[in-house]
Design a protein around this ligand. Structure first.
Ligand code: GAL
Length: 676
């Protein structure tokens, strides 16, 4: 458990660096990330490098006992490079080339940019690859930020055609897979295929989905190039990339495969404001962030990281980029930091050391104010550093892995497919995945978020939010699992080519749960359908979507088939067959939670029922409790006083407590929490 900070020596007078480094060290910071936007200072003119300042900055940090996280500066190609190669600039769906003057103004497919990036990576990695102060690397910065994954440039089109040729082998195969006979869209060769934009009405959905897949693979190719260069010059130093919160424009599992550390940038208040949450939810968690949002990302990135994941940028105070930018409540920077560690983070690094008085982010807080006074976030980071030391001194295992019994499958292609073919305007895949996750967290479970190809044998409960394309390997795993499996609506509804499966949805999953989705309908936000559940929570609401199911009523399957909920018109809303549970709709939060609790019991797990502002996580020998709410929360008297290593039984608003978990590690025991 280490703390870091993002630092921009090029923004500050050199005489300040030494003092900054000493203050960082004194505060308890160990890692300092630098240079991700510094290309124009490193190479002010083509081929003319100015290494002096960067050498001195790294030496200064190293001399203070800090480890440097060295970045490649490719998120900000300098003006001279753009003027030399204007084709580096990406092209929007409107056909307009995006301009120089901010950042991320490059096209992943531009050959000129690929070469220029490789050259600057070579220059930096060969200069600092073995520098004693450089301990880690970061490639680029936030791939895809500001909607820059998909570009409609001529370079992207040329590479898309090659990608299609490699995927389909022949144009006939492509015509068949896409079904281009529809509307006379048949192609005679790959060179006839354009980018799927500018059409009179909806462009062909398979064409659009493939364009997204292609764009995603371009990110992987580009990152891989940087990783290869760094590994060659800096063997043994871990390489990270800082992904974004719930960003879904490329397949992160595939990019992370080439990295050592999956890091992500956590801005809980900005995220709450910018995401789908209802106005009441935004108001309720205005200054704390939603209790499950950062956690979802922690659990997602933990799963794809070879070494412990990092929070590379942690919100330190108000940000500048959301529609409204409230200040976090006192205590939240500390709470967010501990929450990251409680989910397995190896480092929490704050963005940024000092608020910049100039340029685009002058309204964004840092650990220090522009006049160099420690800000609230800075004091809270200092407190976290002291607590980390205290835990280490007490010799408690605070970062060992735990045996997580619940898995949630999260898939990037699902997001693209539902975006290409939503069928209902608010069918927003990430939202549904987070809602399922939230229901599990409210029941006190630790959750692993995994790709559809992950091994699943160690879980007792596997939750699959709507997953349109179900890989064969997943079907085989589910055939062999002893876990209970919850399957969301629209699962198995498409083939990989975006066609309706021959046996109708859920396609190959029908071998596990004999149902046939013969019709679907989407529902307006103000139209819910009443659902009657068997069991304890009898009434609920179906939202967004309905799969209308034919249930196999042959005698063999009737035995183990239960209709556990029906819509008001009598159609099945939830059916169970063996340990498979198929949900034909998205239910209101309370119903989802009640249903997951019932299934968890059946899976041999013991759900807890937490207040909506209380969350629990286990790590190593510790159980962590986080209080997002406005009232003090009192933990059960069963926990001995001397078990607490952070906080105490009374958890103040925005407070944190950690206690030694007695007995075996594992996550099935009820967290001892009672609301006061
Ligand atoms: C991130 C980005 C940083 C900074 C920060 C502000 O998206 O990586 O460079 O812009 O947001 O919150």
């Amino acid at each position: 458990m280490r703390l870091g900070v993002c630092y921009y020596p090029e923004h500050w007078p050199e005489p300040l660096w030494k003092e900054d480094a000493a203050r960082m060290k004194a505060l308890g910071i160990g890692q300092v990330r630098i240079a991700e936007f510094a290309w124009s200072r490193i190479e002010p003119s083509p081929g003319e490098f100015d290494w002096g300042w960067l050498d001195r900055a790294i030496d200064t940090l190293g001399a203070a006992g800090l480890e440097v996280v060295m970045c490649t500066p490719t998120a900000t190609p300098p003006k001279w490079l753009i003027d030399r190669h204007p084709d580096i600039l990406p092209v929007g769906a409107d056909g307009r080339t995006r301009a120089f003057g901010s950042r991320r103004h490059y096209d992943f497919s531009s050959p000129a940019y690929f070469e220029a990036s490789k050259a600057i990576c070579e220059a930096i990695a060969s200069r600092y690859g073995r520098h004693p102060a450089v301990a880690y690397w970061q490639t680029d910065n936030e791939y895809g930020c500001h909607q820059t994954v998909v570009s409609y440039s001529p370079a992207a089109l040329a590479r898309f055609r090659e990608w299609l040729a490699a995927r389909y082998g022949s144009i006939d195969a492509l015509n068949r897979a896409w079904g281009t006979v529809f509307w006379s869209m048949e192609y005679r060769c790959f060179d006839e295929i354009d980018a799927p934009v500018g059409t009179v009405t909806e462009a062909h959905p398979s064409h659009r989905l493939d364009y997204r897949r292609f764009a995603s693979s371009e990110v992987k190719r580009y990152n891989r190039m940087q990783v290869d260069v760094i590994r060659q010059h800096s063997p043994g130093r871990p390489i990270a990339h800082n992904f974004m919160q719930l960003f879904t424009e490329f397949d992160h599992y595939k990019v992370a495969d080439d990295l050592d550390v999956a890091a992500w940038d956590s801005y809980p208040l900005g995220a709450l404001e910018e995401q789908w949450y209802d106005p009441e939810v935004k108001a309720k968690y205005l200054r704390t962030g939603h209790p499950d949002f950062a956690s979802f990302n922690h659990d997602l990135y933990r799963g794809m990281s070879k070494l412990p994941f990092w929070v590379m940028e942690q919100q330190p105070g108000p940000v500048n980029w959301a529609k409204w930018n409230p200040a976090p409540l006192p205590g939240m920077v500390r709470l967010w930091s501990w929450e990251a560690f409680a989910h397995g983070a190896g480092c929490v690094s704050y963005f940024r050391w000092r608020q910049a008085p100039f340029a685009q982010e002058q309204m964004h807080a840092g650990l220090n104010t522009p006049d160099n006074q420690l800000d609230v976030g800075g004091s809270e980071a200092e407190r976290v550093a002291q607590e980390i030391r205290a835990i280490a001194d007490a010799g408690v295992d605070a970062d060992g892995n735990i045996d997580t019994p619940v898995a949630l499958v999260f898939d990037y292609e699902a997001k693209w497919l539902f975006e290409v073919q939503p069928q209902g305007a608010d069918f927003h895949y990430p939202r549904f995945a987070v809602e399922y996750y939230s229901a599990l967290r409210a029941l006190g479970f630790d959750v692993d978020i995994v790709p559809a190809h992950a091994p699943l044998d160690r879980y007792k409960l596997i939750v699959v939010p709507p997953l349109p394309v179900v890989p064969d390997a997943l079907v085989r795993q589910l055939e062999n699992t002893r876990a209970h499996v919850v399957i969301g609506p629209r699962t198995g509804s498409k083939t990989a080519d975006l066609q309706i499966p021959g046996n109708l949805p859920p396609g190959a999953l029908a071998s596990l749960i004999p149902v046939r989705v013969w019709r679907v309908e989407s529902m307006r936000p103000n139209v819910n359908s009443r659902v009657t559940f068997s069991g304890s929570a009898p009434q609920g609401q179906a939202r967004h979507w309905r799969d209308l199911l034919d249930v196999d009523s042959s005698s063999e399957s009737r035995e183990s088939m239960q209709i556990r909920a029906v819509f008001s018109d009598g159609h099945p809303a939830y059916v169970k067959h063996g340990a498979m549970h198929y949900l034909a709709s998205l239910f209101d939060d309370a119903s989802t939670q009640a249903l997951f609790a019932r299934i968890a019991h059946e899976a041999g797990l013991a759900p807890a029922y937490l207040d909506d502002s209380i969350r629990v996580s286990r790590r190593g020998a510790l159980t962590w409790v986080f209080n997002y709410g406005p009232q003090t929360h009192q933990l059960s008297a069963d926990i001995p006083n001397d078990a607490f290593v952070v906080g105490s039984r009374d958890i103040e608003p925005q407070g944190v407590a950690a206690y030694r978990t007695t007995g075996a590690t594992g996550t099935t025991s009820t967290p001892h929490t009672t609301a006061r």
